[in-house]
Design a protein around this ligand. Structure first.
Ligand SMILES: [Zn+2]
Length: 211
């Protein structure tokens, strides 16, 4: 039946969903309450229209700039650099970190043709510099918003690409006079930030090392 086959082939494009799971979902949806299937379809259809990327940090947000970038309770002297928008949510859940974020949108991978120009590295340098030039000007921005960036924490995953990217960014920031640190202990080598538990992540932040 074409309708079933079409849905199955759409579902198998989702991460971690094989044909067997897709079939199970499809049969479930066939029997499910219509209110649910309609809500699900509408939610999927409107998701990309409602969630945007923050124009400052690159994280997911409904309002641009995001709540972290505009938050008065955030420590604006520190920027945590992560690979993906979802990493921001993972770190926020640890409740250990109160600084700002910068999402790279990927990692350096020369073999896949991903060079520095494909990542949000230039905008990171711009943010570090901008804080510095604001410090010297006498505009009416609140004291908190004027704070100069003093530290950049590199929280890319401890994989070959993650390490390569971290080292590249450290080099780029060398002349900016900012402290560059890297999440240290706790994250398993080759592991993924997304799967680190809160306590591990909290310990990693406290144990961050100069890079
Ligand atoms: Zn933001």
């Amino acid at each position: 039946m074409k309708a079933i086959e079409d849905l199955v082939s759409l579902l198998t494009r989702l991460p971690g969903i094989g044909r067997k799971s897709a079939l199970r979902m499809t049969y479930y949806l066939l029997k499910a309450d219509q209110g649910y299937t309609q809500a699900l379809a509408e939610r999927i259809g409107s998701l990309q229209g409602e969630i945007h990327f923050c124009s400052i940090c690159g994280s997911y947000t409904e309002v641009d700039p995001c709540a972290v970038c505009t938050g008065l309770d955030r420590d604006r002297r520190i920027i945590c650099v992560v690979e993906q928008p979802q990493d921001v949510l993972t770190i926020e859940a640890s409740k250990e970190y109160k600084g700002l974020y910068h999402v790279l949108g990927g990692l350096l991978s020369p073999l896949d043709g991903i060079g520095p120009d494909k990542l949000r590295i230039a905008s990171l340098v711009h943010r570090v510099r901008e804080g510095r030039s604001k410090e010297n000007s006498h505009d009416s921005v609140s004291e908190n918003h004027k704070a100069m960036v003093e530290e950049v924490v590199l929280a890319t995953n401890p994989t070959v690409e993650g390490d390569t990217t971290a080292l590249y960014i450290r080099k780029v920031l060398e002349r900016e006079g900012v402290r560059v640190t890297r999440l240290a202990t706790g994250i398993p080598v080759g592991g993924d930030l997304e799967y680190a538990d809160r306590l591990t992540l909290a310990r990693s932040f406290r144990g961050r090392m100069p890079l």
